[in-house]
Design a protein. Structure first.
Length: 455
């Protein structure tokens, strides 16, 4: 059965904020929705926002949101014609994508072959090099096992280097090596970590850039060979490779500089027959872009691109999955203003330990250019079983200075009681002069945290 069949009911194989986001997009398009949930989420208000909900297992994600058979059974029982995986969980799982399609359903995302190609970092780098996308210096081949060969590759690249798991993601499976004396031990440790975490010990090696920024390019592709890129984002504000603040566009990068990179991303998508939304991630240093990976799914930070481009990315996912051609060409993509997203996490702002419990009071900021994507409300019980993200504050302004000031005001009026959150940290960060000036790289936040005594 073709992957672009028409459907009128969507099963959302996810939870929380992203599940509610997809429900709303479906409702606006007249599509019925089914939300699957674990026992921990069964009584949450966001679950009741869907036309139908099905409990698929215990609180543990491995027995519910990662249970492919339970999700497919729920789809069959509910009569859903399509499955939206959200982000995280099974969103980039090749076997799940293939199983959905084999069941005669539409997977709202790329097909399994595209996920496999771009999910394997070595295969992705090879595909990007073939499409003319600039990559981080280093071979597009798996790291060999022979010690002398490993040393030779590192010497050719030049220290410092970074050793990465081919199947890695989420900031895991990587080690920076500053000199030959520590190389082989780092390779051995990373190989074992990769085997346990990702099921494959395959590694690759690249040049470690000292002061890069993290830049993303959002793409949108249909099943008719059309593709566009929707501007760019800066996601450099990270802690342990986890993003904290994102913004669009990336400050200080001219369209003439990034334009050819966006065009190369579109070309790469067309060459591999990519469909749906995706994000190309780059390191940017000294005026040069270096591809690091592609996310073959909806991104947590997609709202900043929606606010600047005026494109509803989730609705576009759904339309592409229905087999519709893109309603826009590249010339129609016009990004305006500046948008910032803050991830509101249920965690201690000093130790970053997760904080579970009941939200006793919640007052969301309001005003022009302010958007809050969240599934929580007063009385909501934050579970210890899942990711700590509970809300996203998105602010759109005329320019970056305007967006920064609106974000400060919004953070000041954001009230959430009953559990610890990172709101105090975000308020402090937005008063930082270097961040306000855009003078930051991917290492900045961790250095800043050390000055305030946080880890």
């Amino acid at each position: 059965m073709p992957s672009h069949q028409r459907f009128d009911k969507v099963l959302i194989a996810n939870r929380g904020e992203v599940a509610l986001r997809v429900v709303r997009a479906c409702c606006e398009m007249g599509l019925k929705t089914v939300v699957v949930c674990s026992e921990a989420d069964r009584d949450s208000a966001y679950v009741k926002s869907a036309d139908q909900s099905i409990c698929i297992g215990p609180s543990s994600a491995s027995k519910s949101y990662l249970n492919q058979n339970a999700i497919l059974l729920a789809a069959r029982l509910s009569g859903a014609g399509a499955v939206h995986p959200g982000y995280g969980f099974l969103s980039e799982n090749t076997s799940f994508s293939a199983a959905v399609e084999k069941a005669g359903l539409t997977f709202i995302g790329p097909d399994a072959s595209a996920i496999a190609t771009m999910g394997d970092k070595i295969a992705a780098k090879s595909a990007m090099m073939a499409a003319g996308v600039p990559c981080v210096p280093g071979p597009d081949t798996e790291l060999p096992s022979e010690p002398e060969a490993i040393r030779a590759i590192a010497a050719e690249i030049g220290y410092p280097v970074i050793v990465k798991a081919a199947g890695g993601g989420g900031g895991r499976g990587m080690r920076v090596v500053s000199g030959e004396a520590e190389l082989l031990e780092a390779v051995a440790l990373t190989r074992e970590e990769a085997r346990k975490a990702f099921g494959t010990p395959a590694l690759y090696m690249e040049k470690f850039l000292q002061h890069p920024r993290h830049i993303e390019i959002q793409v949108l592709c249909d099943t008719h060979g059309n593709a566009v890129w929707l501007g760019h984002r800066d996601c450099s504000m990270q802690r342990r490779h986890q993003k904290v603040v994102e913004e669009a566009p990336a400050p200080g990068i001219s369209e003439t500089l990034i334009g050819p990179v966006g065009e190369a991303c579109v070309k790469a998508c067309q060459q591999i027959g990519y469909r749906g939304v995706g994000t190309f991630e780059f390191l940017y240093e000294d005026g040069a872009f270096y591809f690091i990976e592609m996310n073959t799914r909806l991104q947590v930070e997609h709202p900043v691109t929606e606010e600047t481009s005026g494109v509803d990315i989730v609705q576009q996912q759904l339309r592409v999955a229905q087999g519709e051609a893109l309603s826009m060409a590249q010339v129609d993509v016009i990004c305006a203003g500046h948008a910032i997203e803050c991830r509101i996490n249920a965690e201690d702002p000093m130790t970053f330990m997760p904080s579970a419990g009941v939200i006793t009071a919640l007052e969301l900021p309001k005003g022009e250019g302010i958007r809050v994507d969240t599934h929580v409300e007063a009385g909501y019980k934050v579970s210890p079983y899942y990711d700590s993200l509970i809300a996203k504050l998105i602010v759109h302004g005329q320019d970056r200075a305007d967006a920064m000031q609106r974000t400060r005001s919004a953070l000041a009026s954001f009230k959430l009681d009953g559990i610890a959150t990172n709101l105090p940290l975000l308020r402090e960060l937005f008063d930082d002069a270097a961040f306000a000036e855009g003078e930051t790289d991917i290492h900045y936040l961790e250095k800043w945290l050390k000055t305030r005594g946080a880890a």
